[in-house]
Design a protein around this ligand. Structure first.
Ligand SMILES: Nc1nc2c(ncn2[C@@H]2O[C@H](COP(=O)(O)OP(=O)(O)OP(=O)(O)O)[C@@H](O)[C@H]2O)c(=O)[nH]1
Ligand SMILES: [Mg+2]
Length: 606
């Protein structure tokens, strides 16, 4: 075996990194009581992460979901159990490309065939953890990587952790042989990443043929960002190319700011009948680990450096989550805004329809004309109002059939208008969502149209309103002489007249209507109403009836809009989700600094 330089001198012997701690710092447990303790802050952060979802299909959502899972996994798999037991054995996770010789290397280091090595790619599917028998209890009890089921038999189940003991491995140090990091098997890749996040030390194995591959470098960069302690093995290097390849890899490491990671260069060699590498080849690596195992302080320094690095990396990662949560919220608001605009437009159309007299056409107008009648009524309009009132009331109340028809005409006119505006609004909201990346995923085709029962609900709404108008006339007109005297028919007739007034509420005499339909009629309408109530009373009643109608229209349209809004409401994170994440991450940062773990950092940077 050749080592590229002496890893011990390059990195500070025998600890992996050149960072050292105050001698007793490793023994100081982090504060574990009170809300401000590091474990308490981490649990709070975990809760905040779990409480936030990213269901809207935004560019940031996918990576936020992955990152949230990775963070909670790391909290459960490593950070919380590791903090609770700083003196637990140091876990070396062996990662790298498939076929790099990871399993072979682990077997050779522990001098036993504990993990199957083979020619079928990928070979290792289920992680294998090997430790000294005296450390077995800690790994078996499952605080670390609690999601993996401990087995004593080899397995292919990626959620199983095969536990093996090897007396040749010194106590205080364990190896975890992981599946390949750039696997064609999705589950392998995800598991390898999860396992590396639970490592105190990453042992990266690559080969002369594969060392420039992209995926390992991506992982190495993330390890560096996290401040994880790394050691590199360049495996199976042909003798003639050793210097050139080792130098190139060392250069790449330096470029990535990983120059301090010890690099072990292992020559291409034959494996023995057991599949183990010759001892001479693995000796420098084995010695290095033996020294690490023997040195409590060095081991503690590795643990603290990786642990503190992982804790420090939480803050920026959670900041990204908070941004993604804010984006979810903003997108939900944006989607809501499109729906509200569509349905506010619908409301305005109805309002306008009530103002511009357009509803006073066709059937309604015909029925109104029939209702108020012609002939004698007009001829008597010139008489004094006081005397006229009774006659008008008699004239209108004596015609029950036209009043039913007028009422139906008003109803169907309004229902038609409502169906029209609801249709337009649904289409506009649907199109608005379709054009929004997060909206398209929330749609279903039914939303392009009003709800199936909208016509029924609109009819019921209009009939309720009409009943409401009659009630209004009864209550408001209660002190009017004619209502008191004429009872049901008069109320009915007056109510209908008020409804007509609602349909023409700006000018009272609908603008332009005279030209369209013949002057006499609208003058008659005005005159009849004035005759009944006097101008002001009608205006007041009509204004109230109109407000009531618009209220009911709003309720009806709100229910339509809710078909959209309920979908964003389901998807929307809590208003303060982003800030809650930021606060939780801030508390972790504070607790991390207080815990003294980051002393390793400060020491190292001197
Ligand atoms: N000649 C020779 N063969 C080796 C060496 N290291 C590993 N091998 C062989 O290469 C093949 C792959 O080795 P493994 O140890 O299974 O590789 P791995 O990295 O664990 O692969 P995965 O589990 O698929 O990720 C096996 O057949 C080993 O016997 C070596 O240094 N020299
Ligand atoms: Mg393997």
């Amino acid at each position: 075996m050749t080592t590229h330089g002496d890893p011990a001198t390059r990195s500070g012997a025998p600890a992996v990194a050149a960072r050292t701690d105050p001698p007793d710092a490793a023994e100081e447990p982090p504060a574990t009581t009170g809300d401000d303790s590091l474990p308490g802050a981490l649990s709070g952060l975990r809760e905040a992460i779990c409480a936030t979802r990213y269901p809207l299909a935004l560019p940031s959502a996918n990576s936020a979901r992955h990152s949230a899972t990775a963070l909670t996994d790391q909290l459960d798999d490593y950070l919380l159990p590791r903090l609770a037991r700083l003196d637990a054995p140091l876990l070396v996770v062996v990662g790298g490309s498939t076929g790099a010789g990871k399993s072979t290397l682990v077997n050779s280091l522990v001098k036993a065939r504990v993990s199957a090595a083979g020619v079928l790619r990928p070979t290792t599917r289920s992680p294998v953890l090997v430790c000294n028998p005296s450390d077995a209890a800690w790994f078996r009890q499952g605080d670390l990587l609690p999601g993996l089921t401990r087995t004593t038999e080899p397995s292919d189940d990626p959620r199983a952790l095969h536990l093996v003991t090897a007396p040749a491995l010194p106590a205080g140090l364990a190896f975890l042989d992981a599946p390949d990091i750039d696997s064609v098997v999705d589950a392998n890749r995800a598991l390898a990443t999860q396992l590396l996040a639970a490592a105190d030390l990453w042992l990266f194995v690559t080969t002369a043929a594969r060392y420039a591959d992209a995926v390992p470098w991506e992982l190495l960069r993330s390890a560096r960002t996290r401040g994880a302690v790394i050691a590199m093995v360049l495996d199976r290097v042909p003798a003639e190319a050793t210097d050139e390849i080792a130098a190139h890899l060392a250069e790449m490491l330096a470029e990535q700011d990983l120059g301090r990671a010890p690099l072990f260069v292992l020559p291409e060699t034959w494996v023995d009948g057991q599949g183990l590498l010759p001892e001479g080849v693995t000796a420098p690596l084995a010695d290095w680990f033996a020294r690490l195992a023997a040195d409590v302080d060095a081991r503690a320094a590795v643990v603290r450096q990786t642990l503190d690095g992982a804790l420090a990396a939480l803050h920026p990662a959670v900041e990204d989550l908070a941004d993604a949560a804010d984006e979810q919220l903003a997108a939900a608001d944006g989607l809501d805004e499109r729906v509200q605009a569509a349905y506010r437009g619908a409301e305005r159309t109805v309002e306008q329809g009530l103002q511009d007299g357009r509803l006073l056409r066709g059937e309604v107008l015909a029925r109104w004309q029939e209702f108020v009648g012609t002939g004698e009524l007009f001829r008597t309009l010139e008489a004094r109002i006081g005397r006229l009132r009774d006659r008008v009331v008699a004239a209108v109340t004596g015609r029950p059939a036209p009043s039913v028809e007028l009422r139906n005409a008003i109803e169907s006119q309004l229902v038609t208008l409502l169906r029209g505006v609801a249709s337009e609004a649904a289409e506009s909201a649907y199109t608005g969502w379709k054009a929004h990346p997060a909206g398209a995923g929330l749609l279903d085709p039914a939303l392009a149209h009003p709800s199936d029962d909208l016509p029924e609900r609109a009819e019921r709404m209009v009939r309720d309103w009409q009943r409401g108008v009659l009630e209004l006339v009864r209550v408001e007109g209660g002190d009017k002489r004619f209502v008191a005297r004429t009872a049901a028919y008069a109320v009915n007739a007056t109510g209908l007249a008020v409804m007509i007034a609602v349909f023409a509420s700006t000018a009272f005499i609908p603008t332009g209507l005279e030209l369209a339909t013949g002057a006499g009629t609208t003058v008659a309408a005005q005159a009849v109403l004035q005759a009944i109530f006097g101008d002001q009373a009608v205006r007041t009643l009509a204004a109230k009836a109109r407000a009531d109608l618009l209220d009911r229209v709003r309720t009806l349209l709100d229910a339509e809009a809710d078909r959209f809004l309920s979908r964003t409401a389901d998807a929307r994170p809590a208003e303060d989700a982003g800030d809650r994440l930021r606060r939780a991450a801030g508390r972790v940062e504070l607790a991390r600094h207080r815990s003294g773990l980051s002393a390793a950092d400060e020491e190292g940077s001197r």
